[in-house]
Each structure stands twice: as C-alpha cells, then as structure tokens.
Design a protein around this ligand. Structure first.
Ligand SMILES: *Cc1c(COP(=O)(O)O)cnc(C)c1O
Length: 333
C-alpha cells in the first residue's frame, strides 16, 4: 500500500517534535508481555507511557506545544480545559518551564486529578457539567486575560508530539506490524497513525475506545462530527465531546485508522486487574483499554508483533485494589 499524506502535519514535524521534547518527555520502555504473548501466540509489547512525568503520554504533545510558544506568549501564560491528564501535563510543564497556567475542569473531573493539578501550581477553575462548557469558559478567559489557549488534541503541535510515540516504537522494534491505540479526541491516534504509516504504510493501526460517549468513534460511524453524551465510564480519559470546528483529528482518524473497536467497562476492569497482577503495572481505565481489546479481539486481526499503548496511570491505587478484590470474589467463590 502507498501512503499519501493529505494532511498539514508530516513525519518531519514528528521528528522535529522528538528533538524538541527530548529533555522533558521520556523515551518510554517497550516491554514484552510474556503472558499476553503466550495467550495470543504473538509477540505483544506494552508501550509504557505510564512512566512519563505525570503518568501519561499527554506530556509529549503539551511539551511540543509549549516549547514552540514565543517569549511574549510564555510570559502572558497559558490556559486549557481538560478532564484530567492533559491538564495535569500542562500544570507540570508550566511549572518546569516557568509559564503561568490556568486549567479549567468540569464538575465531574475525578477529585484525585483535580487535587494533583492544583498541587502542581496551576490555577484551577471548575466550571460546567461537561467538557464543552469547560472549554467555552477557558476560551473566554483566554480572550479576557490574554492567555494562549492550548487545545487537548486538535492541534498540529499536540498531534506531532503524541506522534513521537509511533516513531519511537518503530525504532525500538522495527518489526512491529500492528498497533493498538486508544481513541478519544484522536490526538494520540492521529499522531501515531501518521508516524507509523509514513514509515510503513502496511502497518495495521487498530483503535480502541469505550462503548459509550466515544466522540470520534461515533462521529466516524455517522460520517460527520456529532455530539455524544458523557456517561460515567471507568475510562474517563476516553469519553467527552470533540468541538464542531475540529480541523485535524476527525479526518486523520477516519482516513488512517484501519478499525476502531469499542470495549465494555467490565472488560476494562478485567484489564486493569490483569495489568496489576500479571504485568505489575497500574493502569487507569483509559490506559488499560488496549489490553482489554486483546481480551476480546479475534487474534487473526493481529499481526505477529503487536504494540499496545498503555496510555496512563492516573487512578487511585485503592480503586485498583478494590477491582482486584471484586475480581477474586467473582472467580473464587
Ligand atoms: C487523553 C488520553 C487518551 C486519549 O487521547 P486523545 O488524544 O484524546 O484521543 C487515552 N488515554 C489516556 C490515559 C489519556 O489521558
């Protein structure tokens, strides 16, 4: 298959992002899972973005964006709206780079994430019941106060930053032929799919999302951007709307992704338990969705060497322990 780049972002931007962020985001391990490899009769590798500062890949895109701001923009400060990990990464980087930051969160953002963000030194504004309202608030404040508004996913620099995961995986293991990537707003997927398909157009890129409230997935099915409800899900990082004026991620996901498969909350819980007990890693719901997909996918859809993104670990350990206990009761009583 040949790869035509119809986008405003290219592999070159992703390679530039790698250089740009190298002192602030880590090159994360690509660790073979012995037990999943045995189960699926394929080599299964876990890309441990949980080892990033702040526990998710969001630091890659946010760092690339912030490092490209002008001196004037930096001094004026930045503002964002994020249900969690993007806000956390922004707060962390703002502190590291000495840029004042405001983070708008919805009333339903998990309390442990809210606490972490304000502890890092960002100003937190809680506003609205859903992401659209929090975003509108952030954009208004940006105008009023002269801050630069930093989107969570639909932005060239953010997408290029997340894409560095793709180039990194293929450097670590050039024989990877299948990727499993979470899709919510689509920044992570757009970047990784663009990186990997530019290098090898035959690579299969499979998206995973939750069953309800998955904006890009529902929009691709509908053929246009539609709004979705924000039901509570164990994978809070995977729910939420995409703004109607989406410029990049909808098109890129629609054209670059081979297939998007939803997984249920209960399968995600099983994956979180598996991650702790068998892989010895803590994953939040969104972070475990890739492993959840491996628990239900027809193995023939996978190639021989599969990389699964473990995208984040921002969940309280108590919550995971609770799931382990529930799981033990289910299987042993
Ligand atoms: C943000 C996030 C995602 C989804 O990324 P998008 O770019 O919005 O698609 C997946 N997992 C975790 C842990 C996240 O924080």
């Amino acid at each position: 298959m040949e790869f035509n780049n119809n986008y405003d972002i290219s592999l070159k931007d992703i390679n530039n992002a790698s250089l740009n962020i190298k002192d602030i985001a880590y090159r994360t391990p690509l660790k073979k899972s012995f037990i999943l490899s045995q189960k699926l009769q394929r080599n299964i590798y876990l890309k441990l973005e949980t080892t990033q500062p702040t526990g998710s890949f969001k630091v890659r895109g946010a760092a690339n964006k912030l490092l490209k701001l002008s001196e004037v923009e930096r001094t004026a400060g930045v503002i964002t709206a994020s249900s969690g990990n993007h806000g956390l990464a922004m707060a962390y980087l703002a502190k590291e780079l000495g840029i004042p930051a405001v983070v708008c969160l919805t009333e339903v953002a998990p309390p442990e994430k809210v606490k972490k963000i304000s502890k890092m030194g960002a100003e937190v504004v809680i506003y609205g019941r859903d992401q659209d309202q929090a975003t509108a608030r952030a954009q208004r404040l940006a105008l009023e106060k002269g801050h630069a508004f930093i989107p969570a996913f639909d932005d060239k620099e953010i997408i290029a930053g997340q894409g560095t995961i793709g180039t990194e995986i293929l450097k670590q293991n050039p024989s990877v032929d299948t990727l499993i990537v979470q899709v919510s707003g689509g920044g992570l997927m757009s970047g990784i799919a663009l990186a990997c398909k530019s290098i090898n157009p035959d690579i299969r890129v499979i998206g995973v999302t939750c069953e309800k409230g998955a904006a890009i997935y529902e929009s691709i099915k509908a053929g246009k951007i539609i709004s979705v409800d924000e039901p509570r899900s164990i994978a809070d990082a995977l729910t939420g709307p995409i703004p109607k004026d989406n410029q990049y991620t909808f098109k890129m996901c629609k054209e670059l992704v081979d297939e998007i498969i939803p997984v249920s909350d209960s399968l995600i819980e099983d994956a979180m338990v598996h991650a702790l007990l068998e892989e010895k890693i803590i994953l939040e719901g969104g972070g475990a969705a890739g492993i959840a997909l491996l628990m239900k996918i027809e193995p023939s859809k996978l190639g021989k060497n599969v990389a699964v993104i473990c995208s984040g670990d921002n969940v309280s350990p108590e919550k995971v322990i609770q799931l382990v206990k529930k799981n033990r009761r289910n299987c042993c009583e």
